[in-house]
Design a protein around this ligand. Structure first.
Ligand SMILES: Cc1ncc(C[n+]2csc(CCOP(=O)(O)OP(=O)(O)O)c2C)c(N)n1
Ligand SMILES: [Mg+2]
Length: 368
């Protein structure tokens, strides 16, 4: 059994080493020209949205936290592009990229950060709590690793209802040491739940580097302890992300098997915008080196320029469109109304809105 696991894991790595150009992997080769341009458009769109929200934060328009996804764009864009009708995703608080990737509009996302009624969570969630159940996107969670049992629950429901789909639960490298994640891995394996856990390993958990917080050569390897398959890949190349995640997602859908995938990525900005000291726990050179050699926007752009899908002119046009869309979303958010006073307490607790038994008895959470 263990040998099989090890073989699969090794095979994942071996395939990675052999296929230097992931754009040529079958799952990517089958993409039409328009689909490839859409991937580029999505990655650029996330980048421009994040840059605009940073400006809004610095202008004092956004309260609370702002965790930017800049540098990690190819992970969400790549995985979401593989989603089928009955696939679902859930993530932590660094959730803007996933939201845009599932098709949420910049307007509803920006307005949410401004605390406006037109936001996706009616302005009551903010940056960390974007949700779109209609797009199979279940947020946006602030408790580190808290979304992992919920992700397994989504996948459990799919299997229970006899649906052919999988759930992808994203988590950070800092979340792997949480007890709830270990418990979730155990049940996912024991009950053959179709969930793919994707560790977005950006090397840091707030100001603590991976080396200082987590034992082991890699994080995915921990799946061995739960008799679960795992793999490791890079996150700067959207085609590599698609190639490796696709196999895990197919397996989950078709065989009801969980998978632990570690994707090596990097965040350019601090943990949150309030983390002004992000150059104290890492060097400027480290950040610059990643930007120079592995920037997800440049990497996909180079792929598409070299295969003739994209021209410099079209790339510029798309970039400008996304800047304009982000700018327009800030205007939309600014001009949107706050929630009316009468709605301040709605959509906060299901029990309050649904006149439940608990409400009638005056006890929301306890039986007596
Ligand atoms: C249970 C819990 N403990 C601590 C925190 C405080 N906290 C917020 S983010 C974070 C770091 C998580 O880092 P990682 O999982 O690597 O995600 P990243 O920010 O890199 O995306 C911590 C410790 C929290 N939100 N929840
Ligand atoms: Mg991290």
């Amino acid at each position: 059994m263990t040998t099989t696991k090890k073989k699969t894991a090794a095979a994942t790595k071996k395939t990675g080493a052999k296929l230097k150009n992931f754009a040529k992997a079958p799952i990517n080769k089958s993409l039409s020209k328009d689909e490839k341009i859409d991937l580029y458009r999505m990655i650029v769109g996330i980048r421009r949205f994040e840059e605009r929200s940073l400006r809004a934060y610095n202008q004092g328009k956004i309260g609370g936290f702002l965790h930017l996804y800049i540098g990690q764009e190819a992970v969400a864009a790549g995985i979401v592009s593989l989603m089928e009708k009955d696939d679902h995703i859930i993530t932590a608080y660094r959730d803007h990229g996933h939201a845009l990737a599932v098709g949420m509009s910049m307007n509803e996302c920006m307005a949410e950060m401004y605390g406006k009624h037109t936001g996706c969570s009616k302005g009551k969630g903010g940056s960390m709590h974007f949700f779109a159940p209609d797009k199979n996107y279940w947020g946006g969670h602030g408790i580190v690793a808290g979304q992992t049992p919920l992700g397994a629950g989504l996948a459990f429901a799919l299997k229970y209802k006899g649906m052919k789909g999988c759930a992808v639960a994203f988590l950070g490298d800092g979340a792997v040491n949480q007890g709830s994640f270990m418990e979730t891995l155990n049940l996912a394996s024991l009950w053959n739940i179709p969930v793919v856990f994707v560790i977005e390993n950006n090397g840091y958990s707030m100001g603590t580097s991976l080396k200082r917080s987590s034992a082991g050569e890699n994080l995915a390897h921990r799946a061995d302890g739960f008799d679960m398959e795992w793999g490791v890949c890079n996150g700067h190349d959207v085609f590599e992300v698609r190639e490796v995640a696709n196999r895990a997602m197919i397996r989950a859908r078709e065989e009801h098997k969980p998978f632990l995938l570690e994707i090596r990525t990097y965040r350019y900005r601090g943990h949150s915008v309030a983390d002004a000291n992000h150059e104290k726990y890492r060097t400027k050179e480290e950040i610059e080196e990643y930007k120079r050699t592995k920037d997800p926007v440049n990497v996909v752009k180079q792929h598409l320029l070299s295969d003739g899908t994209l021209t410099e002119e079209l790339a510029k046009k798309i970039d400008q469109e996304k800047k304009d869309e982000a700018e327009a979303s800030a205007k939309f958010a600014d001009e949107s109304p706050l929630a009316p006073r009468s709605e301040i307490q709605t959509d906060v607790y299901w029990e309050v809105d649904n006149d439940s038994e608990g409400e009638l008895k005056g006890t929301y959470f306890f039986n007596d």
